[in-house]
Design a protein around this ligand. Structure first.
Ligand code: UDP
Ligand code: MN
Length: 273
């Protein structure tokens, strides 16, 4: 590629409120340590303040507005409505997590200066280079494995490969907000329905932190490429899973503080079944 020509590939994350800024900064640090060739892009909600550090460390910060969603849709996907209708039973989402904001991820389909985008949640760290994902088709994602193997047929939307395209974005908006609709796990459920023939990535491209204690047989410290702190966040001052996850929280903190990525992830001490 000639020097200075625009890049075709980008890692994109989303930050809609101040509580996710620290996550995005750690994610960007981790990506830089992998020596990636792609642009590092943050979609930041319009009006979000104190984004200087993001602007300094990312290649590009793109301002995004919430999607034009009906009042009915917004009410059905508020934190309290979601909790009343289909509560989380296996972990706790922090109070700063707004389910409605998750749908902003869909804005990445408008970033059509890029041929491929790998989206990564702001609560993840890239442990080893994953640039080969830019050669994967839309829509590729890893399974939602964190509790039991039976969940292998579901996808997790913390890491996925997309091909930005305005026509796709328009189709998504049409399908998203219809009378009476309820996407029980927000963007994740929607993307699973929209791309019903999604391509499966190996779980090492999006290893959920609960694998560490729930599925120790899948915890391969040398294989895991992306570690995703789903549910409780490593930057929360305290949370109920802290004791079980301490080595992973320490790892996140080390990267957030500007330290190196260890050669290998911590081993799990949980007994295999
Ligand atoms: N997000 C955000 N603000 C919110 C909720 C979500 O910026 O209020 C973004 C952020 O990138 C986050 C992702 O959407 O990592 C998905 O939410 P989260 O990671 O908290 O969900 P989980 O992985 O626990 O299901
Ligand atoms: Mn996440």
């Amino acid at each position: 590629m000639p020097a200075g020509s625009p890049k075709k590939y980008a890692y994109v994350t989303l930050v809609t409120n101040p509580a996710y800024i620290a996550g995005a900064l750690a994610l960007i640090r981790s990506l830089k340590m992998t020596g990636t060739f792609a642009d590092l892009v943050v979609m930041a909600k319009t009006g979000l303040e104190n984004i200087e550090a993001l602007e300094e460390s990312a290649d590009r910060v793109v301002k995004v507005d919430p999607l034009p969603l009906s009042e009915e849709f917004q009410q059905a996907h508020s934190s309290s409505a979601q909790q009343a209708r289909d509560p989380f039973t296996k972990g706790i989402k922090p109070a700063f997590h707004s389910p409605l904001d998750n749908f902003c991820k869909l804005r990445l389909w408008t970033l059509d200066r890029y041929e491929r985008i790998v989206f990564i949640d702001a609560d993840a760290l890239v442990i080893k280079n994953i640039d080969k994902l830019f050669g994967y088709p839309e829509f590729s994602a890893a399974p939602n494995l964190y509790s039991e193997l039976a969940d292998i047929h579901r996808l997790n939307s913390g890491v996925f490969v997309a091909r930005p395209d305005l026509a796709t974005f328009r189709q998504m908006l049409q399908k998203l907000d219809t009378p009476g609709v309820f996407w029980r796990r927000t963007d994740q459920t929607f993307l699973e329905a929209f791309f019903s023939d999604w391509h499966g990535l190996p779980y090492i491209y999006n290893t959920l932190q609960y694998v560490y204690f729930n599925l120790p047989e899948l915890w391969h410290p040398t294989q895991i490429r992306v570690l995703h702190y789903q549910y409780e966040k490593p930057w929360q001052t305290d949370h109920p899973k802290r004791k079980q996850l301490q080595p992973l929280i320490d790892l996140w903190q080390q990267v957030a503080d500007g330290g190196p990525m260890p050669e290998e992830l911590p081993a799990t001490t949980a007994p295999t079944r």
